[in-house]
Design a protein around this ligand. Sequence first.
Ligand code: 5GP
Length: 333
Amino acid sequence: KAFTRSLYKIELHCHLTGSIRIETLNEFLREHGLQKYEPPKSLTLKNCFSAFPLVHSAIKTKENLRRLTFETLADLSYANCIYAEIRTTPRALNDINKAGYLETVIECFKEWEEGDSRLIPRLIVSVDRSKSLREAEENVDLAVEGFLSPTNKYIVGVDLGGNPSSGNFKSFIPVLNKARENGLKVTVHCGEVENEEEIDGVLEWGPDRLGHFLTCSDEQFQKAVEMEIPIEVCPTSNMLTLDLPLNVKSLKDNHGTLQKCMESNHSFSVSTDDSGLFSTHAVRELWLVAQAYELDEWRIAGIVWDMVDQVFEGNRKTRAYLARDVRVRIKNM
Ligand code: 5GP
C-alpha cells in the first residue's frame, strides 16, 4: 500500500455529500436534534440511496457545507490526490439558496488553494435524475452561468446521477445538450441497473465520460471503446451496487467492466464515489485494483498517468502541470 499511498493521484468521481465523514455526519445530526446514523451491516445500492435523504437532512447550513467541503478536500489531500473533480447537486440550505450553495463550495476551493496543499479542486455540477426537469434546468443554468463567468476556474462539468431506478435519461438530453453547447464537459452515470435501452441511448448521445458502466453488454462496451469514452470505475461502490462481496478476488472475478478495460487497454479512472458512506479512500480504491490484477508499480502508475488525459480541466497550463507533477513523482519513486 505504501506505493499507492505515495503516488500522486487523481480523483474524478467523488460525490460531495457521500464523502462526509461518519463522525461529522453524526455531529451535524446531533446539532440539529436528529437521530444518529447507524451504518447498515451490509451496504447495498438500495440502502445507500436511502441514506442520502438523511445525510442531506444533516447538512442544513452554509457552515455545515463549508466543513463538509474542507474535510473532503483534506481527506483527498491526505490520500495524496493532486487533482480532484468533486461533484455535487446544488440545493437551498437554511441560510443560502441554490446559487449560494455552489458559491460556498467554490469559496472553499479558493480558500483551499490559497493554502499550501498540492490538491487542485474542481467542481462538477450534478443533476439528480430522480428530481424534476425544472430542477435539472436550474442546476445546468447555474453551471453554465458560473462556467461562462470571466473569473471561473473551478466549474468544469455537469453530471447526471441520482437513483438509477427513477427518471429516464432521454428526458434530460435537452439540458445536457445545453451544458455541452456552452462548453461544459458531461459525465453520465450509466449501467448501474439493467437497462439495455437506456445504455444505448446514453452511448448514442455520447458523454465525455461514463460513470460506472457496469451492466453493459459486450457490444455496448465495444461502442464505448470505439467512441473513446473513458469509464469511471469505483471499485468499492461498484461491488456494492452489484451486490457482490467486496474483496480482491471478487473484484477480479466479477467486475466485468474493469476486466474488459484491463484486457482492451481502454481508458478508465479509479475513484471513491462516496468515501464516507462506503468507508473508503482514494488509496484503498487504487490498491484494490492493483491487488486484483497483481499490477507492478509501473502499471499502477500507468493507471494514474492515463487519468491525466481524462480530466475535465480546460486550462492547458494546469493540465500540463498535472502531467509534469505525476510524471516527476513517478520518476522519483
Ligand atoms: P450530493 O450531490 O448531494 O453532493 O451527493 C449525493 C448525491 O449524489 C445523491 O443524492 C445521489 O443523487 C448522487 N449519488 C451518490 N452516489 C451515487 C451513485 O453511486 N450512483 C448514482 N447514480 N448517484 C449517486
